[in-house]
Design a protein around this ligand. Structure first.
Ligand code: CMP
Length: 137
């Protein structure tokens, strides 16, 4: 089943020079295509929309500060089971719980600075794609 998903390479991934490493892992999956890609700073309004479900949680304010601390790379990736697939490449939210071989398992230690965001369902993907690539998807 072909799908599309929103992927963000978070500011830690950009600062640490891991853009190529992470995008390379996505590109090497058979049949997946990157159909949009942009390096950009995220404003407060975009972050509030994107992380609205987390507003009020203890980690929300530090998360927004972190996501504003430098540019991110936003990508649209399309292909077979890509929503589940990118999340499998990423590994679980807590990088210490993530298996070696996954992006978070290989490069992360801190839950907030976990390198990559990937939409968690078709509904989330469509909602997030409208926030990050309005008019293009
Ligand atoms: P992600 O799953 O992409 O989207 C929500 C983000 O909030 C998550 O990645 C982490 O960056 C951050 N996050 C989630 N839970 C925690 C937590 N317990 N402590 C700090 N940051 C968190």
């Amino acid at each position: 089943m072909s799908q599309r998903t929103l992927v963000l390479l978070k500011p830690d991934a950009v600062r640490r020079g891991l853009i190529g490493e992470i995008i390379g892992r996505i590109e090497r999956k058979a049949g997946w295509q990157i159909t949009a890609l942009e390096l950009r700073a995220l404003d407060q309004d975009t972050l509030e929309q994107h992380y609205g479900e987390h507003q009020g949680k203890p980690f929300y304010e530090p998360l927004v500060a972190f996501m504003s601390s430098g540019p991110v790379v936003a990508l649209v990736v399309e292909g077979e089971r890509v929503i589940e697939g990118v999340r499998a490449l990423a590994g679980p939210t807590d990088p210490i719980a993530a298996a070696p071989g996954s992006i978070r398992g290989d490069f992360g230690t801190i839950t907030r600075e976990n390198l990559i965001h990937a939409s968690d369902s078709e509904e989330s993907a469509e909602r997030e794609l409208k926030i990050f690539f309005p008019g293009r998807v």
